[in-house]
Design a protein around this ligand. Structure first.
Ligand SMILES: [Zn+2]
Length: 312
């Protein structure tokens, strides 16, 4: 039962409840439950509750916050914070700005003064006794943070009055939305079950994925090249034959995995540029590897560049 109901007032229509209504109903109910008339345990508890409700609703600060709480203002504040893989890698500090309701410090001192007889209305809160303020909270990103992780900051939310009529402050919940950084992408292809109960992808593996385009020559003979790796360059050396679609795995070159405490892997997907060798080079390779003449081969003598041969 809320304080309005307790005092026999309409809690559905609190805007139209006046200070006089509160005082009148309080007096009437106190008379009814006065020990001279009602000496039971129940009546005693009732007078305690009535006094509490009366104090709360006649004290301007708590009344405003209470009204706000009744309208659902006692909920946590939920915000998203967009970060990228680089913020995690370098443990950057990000700032989030959000609004929360807070008690007006400017007029809280004057809490004994009745709203209706106050001559000057507080310029900070316009007489509401609490107000919405901007709050900037710096958030230090940690190396093991992951996508859709929720960081909870207690006492950083809205002020409200709880079911025991005590002033409380709710929590601020920050959901991290981790984005790719340049060529580096979040990779979860080995972690298909990496979701929370709401189906949000968590990407906790710490695995990263990037693509590398190489030439036909490099795919046959091997390569030594550089890729962008956050603020640095990383040398990739590969001796041997690779083909398009191959994935090179570099263990421990991802970001941190909160479950294992180790760094995930870096997966590099190879694509081969579609170019060709001159005829004389093909002849040389063919001869070197088969011992036969390229110009006598079926491939060389085929009528079209691509086709199907009938079975016979
Ligand atoms: Zn104020």
């Amino acid at each position: 039962m809320n304080c309005y109901d307790l005092l026999g007032l309409n809690s559905e229509d609190i805007e139209n409840v006046t200070n006089l209504d509160i005082k009148k109903n309080y007096r009437d109910l106190m008379k009814q439950h006065h020990p001279d008339r009602n000496n039971g345990e129940e009546s005693h508890q009732k007078t305690v509750d009535l006094n509490e409700a009366y104090d709360l609703l006649t004290y301007p600060v708590t009344k405003k916050i209470y009204d706000y709480s009744l309208k659902g203002g006692n909920t946590d504040i939920n915000v998203n914070l967009d970060i990228d893989l680089r913020d995690i890698y370098y443990e950057e500090t990000k700032t989030i700005r959000y609004t929360r309701s807070t008690i007006c410090v400017n007029c809280d001192d004057a809490n004994n003064i009745d709203d209706t007889v106050q001559n000057e209305i507080c310029t900070v809160c316009q007489g509401k006794h609490f107000y919405d303020e901007y709050e900037d909270v710096p958030i230090q990103i940690k190396k093991f943070y992951y996508n859709n992780m929720i960081l909870q900051y207690e006492l950083c939310g809205n002020v409200y009055i709880d079911e025991n009529n005590k002033i409380q402050t709710s929590s601020l919940n920050v959901t991290l939305k981790v984005h790719d950084y340049q060529n580096l992408k979040i990779c979860d292809f080995l972690n298909n079950n990496d979701n929370d109960q709401n189906g949000n992808t968590l990407n906790k593996s710490g695995d990263l994925m990037t693509e590398l385009k190489i030439s036909l020559l490099e795919s046959i003979c091997g390569f030594c090249t550089k890729i962008d790796y956050f603020d640095k360059k990383m040398n990739i050396i590969y001796k041997g034959v690779t083909t398009g679609g191959n994935i090179l795995i570099f263990k421990g070159r991802g970001i941190y995995n909160i479950s294992t405490g180790l760094r995930g892997n870096l997966y590099i997907k190879i694509t081969v540029e579609k170019n060709d060798f001159p005829e004389n080079i093909k002849e040389y390779i063919w001869k070197s590897l088969t011992g036969q003449d390229y110009k006598n081969s079926i491939v060389y003598n085929a009528h079209s560049s691509i086709g199907l041969e009938a079975f016979y």
